[in-house]
Write a protein that binds this ligand. Structure first.
Ligand code: BTN
Length: 354
């Protein structure tokens, strides 16, 4: 039986997607490379008819996959489209995994965090990832808007149900920043830095951010929505005027257009590896890397937390991922959130009373 193309959704649909035949076909074509995969082999592998394989291949072609068919080589995958497709992402991930157990792609949505939050409340198990090609109400930390133009970035959210107390949620912030930085480095060769808590930066300019939203009881986390936004192929002139001097994109840093699907896959792999470490109780392995990549430690910081402002030097990260700041009055403060502005060097202590 033919089913409509499932590789990209335009309207929210929370029903569990049926089998991922397209992901299996794309994975098989990738393994076969230029040697090609015959329709008969694919049909056997997927336990469907050759006609059904042909129909799926036609749908993939319509979605922009350049698949050639030859009597000698069978089907050969020559190129993939620029747009994100759930089955393409799934076809490139390893098993077993928690993160990206299920992937959905929307053409447009208000905010992927909003969609994943709804899935969480509906009791969906952890690991589902929702991408959107564009967001009409993308949200950032501290109630800010997140600019999410169509087809230019990676805007996605992940549902997690970690066995943590709410106070330890900062571990996820640290974990996700490390995984995003690693994924970017692996796929592009660029070396992004992390600004506490989880900004992905090149020098003073930001190319990615992470928004963690919690559903929690007093003593345990029910679910976490981990929203990640990365400016991949945004060109500098496209940023709204107010962002132009503080934002950058991977495209600008690398000097070339980047493959968003490959980058998404690299980041999801790193997120899965880091989350598995955290679940095993090996958070220290992740935080060690965070310390190596973080530009905040040793620097003077000004942290705005609502009405309160803390000025001091960022000294360390504690075992729950909080930032330890030596204030200019000599006190050690444990910071779990807020708006951080960095100074060039450490802050001198003052003798004045706090
Ligand atoms: C920040 O302020 O640095 C965090 C930005 C997080 C943006 C991402 S884009 C995907 C997800 N959906 C949202 O509405 N926000 C996050």
């Amino acid at each position: 039986m033919r089913r409509p193309p499932s590789i990209s959704q335009t309207t929210p649909d929370f029903a569990p997607p049926e089998g991922h035949a397209d992901a299996c076909i794309l994975a098989a074509l990738r393994v076969a490379g230029q040697s090609g995969a015959s329709g008969a082999d694919l049909a056997k592998q997927l336990k469907v008819s050759r006609a059904a394989i042909w129909a799926r291949i036609e749908d993939l072609r319509r979605a922009g996959y350049d698949i050639v068919a030859s009597p000698h080589h069978g089907y050969v995958l020559r190129s993939t489209p620029e747009a994100l497709h759930a089955d393409d992402i799934l076809s490139r991930l390893d098993q077993p995994r928690i993160v990206a157990r299920e992937v959905q792609v929307f053409q447009e949505t208000s905010s992927t965090n909003e969609i994943v939050d709804r899935l969480a409340r509906d009791g969906v198990p952890e690991g589902v990832v929702v991408f959107a090609e564009s967001q009409t109400a993308g949200r950032g930390r501290l109630g800010r808007r997140w600019y999410s133009p169509p087809g230019r970035g990676l805007w996605f959210s992940i549902l997690l149900r970690p066995p943590l107390r709410p106070q330890a949620a900062t571990q996820l912030t640290v974990l996700s920043a490390v995984a995003v930085a690693r994924g970017i480095e692996r796929e592009t060769g660029l070396q992004p830095e992390i600004k506490w808590p989880n900004d992905i930066v090149f020098g003073a300019r930001k190319c990615g951010g992470i928004l963690l939203e919690l559903g929690a009881e007093l003593d345990h986390i029910r679910h976490v929505v981990l929203g990640i936004g990365i400016d991949v192929n945004v060109v500098p002139e496209e940023f709204p005027a107010e962002l132009r001097h503080v934002a950058t994109s991977l495209n600008e840093q690398a000097g070339r257009k980047l493959d968003r699907t490959a980058l998404a896959v690299a980041i999801l792999r790193e997120l899965d590896a880091a989350y598995t470490r955290l679940r095993r109780g090996d958070f220290h392995e992740v935080s060690d890397e965070w310390v190596r990549r973080c530009t905040t430690l040793g620097k003077g910081v000004r942290i705005q937390m609502g009405e309160r402002v803390i000025i001091g030097t960022a000294e360390a990260l504690d075992e729950e991922g909080a930032l330890l700041v030596r204030t200019i009055h000599g006190r050690l403060e444990r910071i779990i959130g807020g708006d951080v502005t960095l100074e060039k060097g450490p802050m001198p202590l003052t003798t004045a009373q706090p």
